[in-house]
Design a protein. Sequence first.
Length: 348
Amino acid sequence: MPIMNMVSGLWVSQTLVTAHERDVFGRFAKRPGMTSAQLADEMGLEERPVEQLVTACAGLGLLERDGEGYRNTPMTDRYLLRGGEDYVGGWVEIVSRHDYPGWLRLGEALRTNRPTAWDSERRDSLFDDENPVVVESFWEGMSAISRPTARALADAVDLSGDLSLLDVGGGGGAYAIELSRAYPSLRATIFDLPFVCDLTRKKVEQAGFGNRISFAAGDFFTDQLPSDQDVVLLSMILHDWDVDQCKSILRSCYEALAPGGRLLISELLVADTKDGPLDATLMSLSMLVETFGRNYTGAEYRDWLLETGFTDVEIRPFAAPAANGVVVARKPWAHWAAGGPVVRSPRG
């Protein structure tokens, strides 16, 4: 049975994707209790395929019986209705449109050691796609799983004594918004590519944080990060890059921090024994079809951070869609600069 469940994983995902694309859940939200025949008539389709789709959704717990018809389950109403605060349909859309085609060529990615979700011969990275539809979908999808993860991160790390946070690669704005909401004294800066900053500004304004969240446009491989930060956040960033690129990013973050400041690395961490957990290992395999990176272990991050000059490295586990823990490291309170040591007094 475990093997049968693995093989039928595509059936499950395509049931959800197709129902979401056809707005099945939105239709049931407006008319709970509809029968399959009524839904088919509303969709302009024949009853047989619609009935099969509906019963599969019911089997997955996405719909439940309501008399002779069906209605959404509470989970569906909360997470799959467009416009809802906890809507994750953006993630469903981007995985369907962007990830799945690459995954269906996993054997090619294994053979060539190159991404298959985008043309690595034509483009430099996953993040320079020129298709505006894909661009919008990608960042909307990332925001969908980032919002609940950011809330879990806010509980895992106390930022009440910090005044400034730099969210490196913070496109979508979910982390900056949720952390600012949790810590009223915090002011955040989102550092990302120029077009990503442009896409994210409207989300920040809509959330009511335009006066506390600012933007710095740039490329973290070629541009200097804004300096003297209390906290620098890397959330779902490092798994996109190879080891040398990760170390380069860590060095830039070290320079951006004020003495005594902390670096937060929020990721799906692979176990040091490299035999789980499942969400982290599958995300790592996804990076084979998406990037030239992978998901790393806590031990690997610890070694790189100590090598960079960080101290007090610790890993704090938590459960969330986009991360299972955060690696916390501190820049020493004193470091040597021209003329002697520079010491920063702790806040809070």
